[in-house]
Design a protein around this ligand. Structure first.
Ligand code: G3P
Length: 418
């Protein structure tokens, strides 16, 4: 039996489900055994894989979050593009089976898919209907605009229904990158980096500055509570304990929310927008991760990997994973299967993420981003946001620093990849 190592970043409920999915494949045949290993957060998993590659101890498959795409694409010689893998192994693979938002993010300029879509998400709003009701708000109506987020949060706090209005996961992904896409604002030149490595950051525009300044003001007033860097691990517990009435987080936080928020009625909504920004709401962008295949493994592992990917993309596996986790149904077939099963009717709110990424035809500003060294740039976004919260910089100063420090990394990346 050939063992295939799969390094991933799915902890908690998602990790348990991932293992169940792998077991389904392992039990379905006896030639290959996929061995999943949890390697920590997305940045930790990616760093571990790069170090392992240098030490020639790399796994065949590694799960890399969406913002690692630019770096992985440039790592020629280290990766086997998935379209090539499937072709070489004679396994049928139709990129058109995946949703356009997913295909667009992971294909090269010739339309070839480089990594295997597995878990694509988008951020949404979760809210506590019980707290809304206690505060005299309509529990069936989530806030649509940032003005309403402020107004509702004030009511919630003044009425004593909860201590805080809202929290958020991922300041980088949700309150900066998605905020920009949803308001049709660029975060960089060259179509947010899709046009090539000459791209530079521009995320210190008026809308982003206004939003960060508001977050600082709301944090000072207690309306908003910060959940920490990277994914914002401190945010979900504040929502589960009913300290904060709302949370903006990945659609894939669903599994955790369902498991932990047992004492109150859950509501779902789209991300808020500023109604004085023309073109908003545009559409949100995907997050989550894809599976990259690394070079340097024995041939039989690639044969098994192709078979495993075929299994992962099947409508049954995808629909099950999507419905459990809150990740988007990444293939049309998985979405259709869910409809046939009556899943969306029985689970109001479960289509919010999909409706939001498809709200409008994506523009250059809202189809995603592709920058090299972006994992490090995410770290800079968190650092500068924290500097702003502590009062040592204002929103403009913090975002200017993100651009300056980030562009130094982009210049370095461009030089290395000429
Ligand atoms: O928590 P996930 O898997 O939806 O990922 C969120 C972000 O896209 C990570 O960059």
């Amino acid at each position: 039996q050939t063992e295939i190592q799969w390094w991933h970043a799915m902890g908690g409920e998602l990790g348990t489900k991932l293992e169940e999915i792998v077991k389904g494949f392992n039990d379905s045949q006896d030639e290959y055994k996929v061995v999943p290993s949890y390697k920590g957060t997305y940045p930790e998993t990616m760093t571990a894989a790069i170090a392992a590659f240098r030490a020639k101890e790399q796994p065949a498959i590694v799960q890399v979050f969406e913002v690692g795409t630019g770096t992985m694409m440039a790592a020629q010689g280290a990766i086997v593009p998935v379209y090539q893998l499937m072709e070489e192994q004679g396994v049928e693979f139709d990129p058109a089976a995946f949703l356009p938002a997913v295909v667009g993010y992971y294909t090269d300029t010739d339309g070839n898919m480089l990594s295997m879509p597995f878990n694509s998400s988008t951020p949404i709003l979760y809210y506590n209907k019980d707290v809304f009701e206690k505060a005299g708000l309509d529990p069936e109506t989530p806030p649509k605009t940032w003005g309403e987020v402020e107004e509702f949060s004030n009511k919630i706090m003044e009425s004593g229904a909860a201590e805080c209005g809202f929290t958020t996961g991922w300041v980088s992904w949700i309150q900066t990158e998605n905020l920009s896409a949803f308001h049709n604002q660029p975060i960089g030149t060259e179509q947010n980096g899709f046009g090539g490595t000459a791209a530079r950051l521009t995320l210190n525009g008026d809308v982003q500055v206004k939003h960060w300044a508001n977050l600082k003001k709301w944090a000072d007033e207690g309306l908003f509570k910060y959940g920490g860097p990277v994914g914002g691990d401190d945010a979900p517990p504040m929502f589960y304990s009913q300290e904060c009435a709302m949370i903006m987080n990945s659609s894939a936080s669903l599994a955790g929310v369902v498991a932990n928020a047992k004492d109150f009625e859950l509501g779902f909504g789209m991300l808020p927008y500023y109604d004085d920004v023309e073109g908003a709401p545009q559409n949100s962008i995907i997050g989550g991760a894809t599976l990259w295949v690394l070079t340097g493994r024995p041939d039989e592992e690639y044969a098994g990997t192709a078979k495993f990917f075929e299994y992962l993309a099947s409508p049954e596996v995808q629909a099950d994973w999507h419905q459990f986790s809150g990740y988007l149904p990444i293939t049309q077939a998985a979405y259709d299967l869910g409809k046939e099963q009556g899943y969306y009717e029985e689970n109001p709110g479960s289509e919010v993420g999909l409706q939001q990424i498809t709200l409008n035809e994506p523009t250059e500003n809202s189809k995603g981003l592709r920058f090299g060294n972006y994992v490090q740039i995410r770290g800079i976004i968190d650092e500068e946001f924290e500097q702003m919260l502590s009062g040592s910089k204002d929103a403009q100063g913090a975002l200017d620093s993100v651009v300056e420090r980030g562009n130094a990394l982009l210049e370095e990346f461009e030089k290395q990849n000429q």
